[in-house]
Design a protein around this ligand. Structure first.
Ligand code: CUA
Length: 357
């Protein structure tokens, strides 16, 4: 039997906004505003962005973090308050009061989030429009991702490099594509991330705001070498950048005028065709670990396949890698080197590897 004297009717008979309720609402509201402002201002999740676009994105993100923090505290605060305040009394076995909703409350919690979403949409659109706006002295760099390396082409200078150099403070338009599977071009410190898709050109602007060297990461799983598909952005003052360009152009002209000795050429080809990304080779300063190391390959290539000379073995391993995968390594080497390399490059590379004793 229940004890009528202990009986406390649930639900409607406990006033929600009595003094305790009002006090709780004030405490929760003040905490939400203070914590939201602190989190929004401090932006504890990110280091400083090193591009002007990144700085704008971070400002927006800080606002999102602030608002999300305030909403989190309001929702969790009232949840906790309700759990404590409206808990069932120990011997109360009665059903709760059938509530039919509260129109005022529903209008309030629909209108406020809708307003927040509209405001954030407008602000986001303005930031997006601003960071996509081309600047008159913009420089174009074409970026190509391939398993497993990045390649940069400067049409203004007819220059191809494996490292991205950009002048400080000047807007650079990156035209990004892929030579094979999907990759994603990501410079975390600049807040720039864009898909690299074969047959398509995606674009993104960067304007560097701090000199330095920042990692470029591939952010789309593209095969066994995905983790090593890295490069870097070197941000330098305009004069230093121009000196770098001239040095690259000079090296290119010298190479064209006077063919390098076989060893230098071999090293160049080894890195140019991305062998270095997967195959360790001390002579070419390559440290890749996806495929077998090639130090000393010239001494051991003969008779790996019975009856095949070292030269035949190396040539076949480059142009038809799937014919004999070295045990314990993933079968991921691209099979299109016969199309990508000229006959002269292929032979030069084979001769270079043969000399690795
Ligand atoms: Cu390219 Cu992951």
């Amino acid at each position: 039997m229940s004890h009528p004297t202990n009986h406390r009717p649930a639900g409607s008979n406990v006033p929600v906004f009595d003094n305790t309720g009002k006090m709780a609402a004030i405490i929760i509201g003040v905490t939400a505003v203070v914590a939201g402002s602190v989190m929004g201002a401090a932006n504890p999740f990110l280091s400083n962005a090193t591009s002007s676009q990144g700085a704008q994105i971070d400002t927006l993100f800080s606002l999102f973090v602030g608002i999300a923090t305030a909403i989190f505290i309001i929702v969790q605060g009232f949840l906790l308050f309700s759990i404590v305040r409206f808990a069932r009394a120990p011997e109360d076995e009665e059903d709760g009061v059938p509530l039919r909703g509260n129109t005022k409350l529903e209008v309030f919690w629909t209108a406020v989030p809708a307003l927040i979403v509209v405001i954030l949409s407008v602000l986001s659109y303005r930031v997006l429009a601003d960071i996509e706006r081309p600047h008159p002295d913009q420089m174009v760099v074409e970026v190509t991702g391939r398993q497993y390396a990045w390649e940069f082409y400067y049409p203004d200078y007819d220059l191809k490099t494996a490292e991205l150099h950009i002048p400080l403070g000047r807007q650079v338009l990156l035209k990004i594509t892929s030579a094979d599977v999907n990759h994603a071009f990501w410079v975390p410190q600049m807040r720039i991330k864009k898909d690299a898709v074969g047959g398509k050109i995606t674009t993104v602007n960067i304007t560097a705001t701090a000199p330095g060297v920042y990692p470029i990461v591939c952010a789309e799983l593209c095969g066994a070498g995905h983790a090593v598909m890295r490069s870097q952005v070197v941000v330098e003052a305009e004069p230093t950048f121009q000196i770098w360009v001239q040095a690259q152009l000079g090296a290119k002209q010298r190479a064209a005028a006077m063919p390098p000795d076989p060893k230098t050429l071999g090293r160049q080809l080894y890195n140019q065709y991305g062998c270095n990304a997967c195959h360790k080779l001390a002579d070419a300063a390559a440290v890749g670990v996806v495929g077998p190391a090639l130090d000393g390959i010239g001494s051991r290539a003969a008779d790996i396949v019975p009856g095949q000379s070292a030269e035949e073995y190396i040539r076949t391993a480059i142009i038809r890698p799937m014919d004999f995968i070295t045990p314990n390594y993933p079968p991921v080497m691209p099979g299109d080197y016969a199309q990508r390399m000229s006959q002269a490059d292929l032979e030069a590379l084979v001769q270079y590897l043969l000399e690795q004793k």
